[in-house]
Design a protein around this ligand. Structure first.
Ligand SMILES: [Zn+2]
Ligand SMILES: [Zn+2]
Length: 117
């Protein structure tokens, strides 16, 4: 069986640095399996900023967390739909558009939209 995998873009809460999250399709859901630092130019060239997925995005056992701060959780902005890493504190601020929000639970369905940074 062919593995379905892609990369979504995220930004670190600390220092606003970009990173890619590799996601893999398992049992009709997207699972986060890997994270790595990525440059803005690379993200644009590879089209990481144009991906759009819906799924639970729960973390695989091997998922290393944010490459900069190590946070395993991430927060999807309700305003711009982009991902910011999240260290578990109650309040989160989107690293992309600056909107504050409530952190979503890992069990909730998320809509992830790329583009426009
Ligand atoms: Zn981080
Ligand atoms: Zn935002």
């Amino acid at each position: 069986m062919k593995k379905e995998a892609s990369v979504i873009l995220a930004k670190c809460n600390q220092g606003q640095k970009l990173y890619g999250i590799r996601i893999e399709k398992k049992d009709n859901d997207w699972v986060r399996t890997w994270a790595f630092p990525v440059k803005e130019e690379t993200a644009e060239k590879e089209g990481f900023d144009k991906t759009n997925f819906t799924g639970s995005f729960y973390t695989d056992e091997d998922y290393p967390g944010c490459p900069y701060c190590g946070a395993k959780k991430c927060f999807v902005c309700g305003n711009c739909g982009k991902i910011t890493c999240y260290d578990g504190s109650e309040k989160v601020v989107c690293s992309w558009c600056g909107a504050g929000g409530r952190a979503t639970n890992d069990d909730e369905k998320l809509d992830v939209t790329g583009g426009g940074f």
